[in-house]
Every structure is written in structure tokens, then in C-alpha cells.
Design a protein around this ligand. Structure first.
Ligand SMILES: [Ca+2]
Ligand SMILES: [Ca+2]
Ligand SMILES: [Ca+2]
Length: 264
């Protein structure tokens, strides 16, 4: 919830008090823990169908997946960068499956190195913590549309308010993308891209206290879309599934994650 001041109260309050109130409300927004019931719950449908990770929604099972928009824009340099994208997720006994679908008039992807910086390109990101709470840690997966992967364990504000990414976390997972257009070519207008993931549950729930997926089990997560539209990396836009509010703290704030609930 965004901090708001009751306008009826303002005339009765001194300016220093107002300043302090705004300051403490801002701190409240930064430090507040994830609260179950505050964020919408994403219900993760179970698939009985074998999933082919090819960036295409040919599986009938995808029709059962809840469709949500990644439409909380974190940074937007100009209106043209507010491009639509959707997110879907399913699970079975071995994997969770993700599907990103993005409209994009300017496909941009330059990073080719493993564990490099795909987040500076058109990129899908998934942050997950296999408990329904906000710890200062999460698993992260970031893949650009030409499939350069960056995967890590993120330690949020680990030391001196600095976050740390443990890049040596290299789980085996499948990801495929498709795109309609030309990459890194500013002379034409592109249509968009898709990305499909299968992430093994063993890569996520193998730590003490994690709950294996079953009907009713809840985990915390965030889905992010990076949209880069100029090859020299000026204009850019980031959108999140769950609102971040305090933009200066970046998209990794664990207490701004939402909840997924596994359904049978
Ligand atoms: Ca597929
Ligand atoms: Ca890695
Ligand atoms: Ca783009």
C-alpha cells in the first residue's frame, strides 16, 4: 500500500511533524515485511501433461494457467517503453514452468556470456523464495531473448546495505525463447518475444525449512520484465508483477515479493 497522508489532518499539524511523518512512512514502506493477504495470490495450476520447453504455448495445459500482467513500471524513460507483457506459471512433481509473453517493437539482446549481464537486454527475470515469507535471500534467474543466462543466490543488503549475488549457483534448468522481429536492428519495427522455463524443484527447495510443492503450499516470488530498446542502451524500462514502491531500492526487495500458491 502506498503511504498516504490524510489531507484533513494537514491543517492541524506543524511542518516539522509533517516532515517526520512522511519520513517515517517512507521508512515503513521500505522495511515492511511481506504480509500474506496484502498481495494478490498467484494460483499455480498443476499440469499432468508433459511440457515441451520450446517457447511456444502449444501445450493445452497452458490454457489452465492464470494469466497476469507484468505492468508495474519501475523505470520508464518515455511512453513508448511501456510495453505489455504477461506471465504464466504451472507446476508438476519435478518442475515449475514459467511462460513470459512480451510485446516489443525493438528487440535488443547483446550479452552472450554465462552469468553476465543479460538484464541490460530484453530479458525475463524470476525471483523465488520457497517459503511464504521475506528473508534477505532469494534464488534468481535472468535470461535474455538470445538465452544468455544469469542465475544466482541473492543476499539482499547483506553487508553495509550492499547486496551480494552468489553467481556460483548454477542449477540445471531448461529455457527457450522465440521472437518475432530482428534483434539489434533499429531500422524496423518488431512484434515481440516469448520465453518458457522449466526449473527443477530440486534447484529451489533443497534448503532447510523449504516446503515442497503440494496443494495449498505457498512460496514468495517476483516476476520482472526488462525492456531495452536502443542498441547503445539508453532508453530502458523495467516492469514487475508485484509493485515495488520504493524504486531506489531496486527490484530485488524480498519484502515486496508476492505469493504463489500451488493448486492441485
Ligand atoms: Ca511449450
Ligand atoms: Ca550462476
Ligand atoms: Ca525491447
Amino acid at each position: 500500500m502506498k503511504p498516504t497522508l490524510n489531507l484533513g489532518m494537514i491543517s492541524k499539524l506543524s511542518m516539522p511533524f509533517l516532515f517526520l511523518s512522511a519520513f517515517s512512512l517512507n521508512l515503513f514502506a521500505q522495511e515492511k515485511q511481506l504480509v500474506i493477504g496484502e498481495q494478490p495470490i498467484y494460483k499455480v495450476a498443476k499440469t499432468a501433461e508433459p511440457m515441451k520447453v520450446d517457447g511456444k504455448m502449444d501445450e493445452a495445459a497452458w490454457k489452465n494457467a492464470q494469466v497476469v500482467s507484468i505492468d508495474n513500471f519501475f523505470r520508464r524513460d518515455k511512453p513508448v517503453d511501456k510495453q505489455a507483457s504477461t506471465f504464466r506459471m504451472m507446476w508438476d512433481a519435478t518442475n515449475i514452468y514459467l511462460f513470459y509473453e512480451a510485446q516489443d517493437t525493438s528487440l535488443t539482446s547483446r550479452e552472450t556470456a554465462f552469468d553476465g549481464r543479460p538484464y541490460l537486454d530484453d530479458c525475463a527475470e524470476f525471483f523465488v523464495l520457497p517459503i511464504p515469507d521475506s528473508l534477505s535471500f532469494h534464488f534468481g534467474f535472468e535470461v535474455n531473448i538470445t538465452k544468455a543466462r544469469y542465475d544466482y543466490v541473492m543476499l539482499y543488503r547483506y553487508h553495509n546495505n550492499r547486496s551480494f549475488f552468489v553467481k556460483d549457483y548454477n542449477p540445471a534448468y531448461q529455457v527457450e525463447s522465440t521472437y518475432d522481429g530482428t534483434i539489434n536492428n533499429l531500422t524496423d519495427k518488431d512484434k515481440g518475444w516469448t520465453m518458457e522455463f522449466a526449473i527443477p524443484l530440486d534447484a529451489l527447495s533443497n534448503f532447510s525449512g523449504a516446503a515442497r510443492p503440494a496443494a495449498g503450499v505457498k512460496w514468495a516470488f517476483q516476476a520482472v520484465r526488462q525492456d531495452r530498446n536502443l542498441v547503445e542502451d539508453r532508453g530502458r524500462s523495467t516492469s514487475t508483477l508485484f509493485p515495488v514502491y520504493v524504486f531506489a531500492l531496486d527490484v530485488h526487495q524480498p519484502h515486496r515479493f508476492g505469493i504463489m500458491e500451488f493448486a492441485e
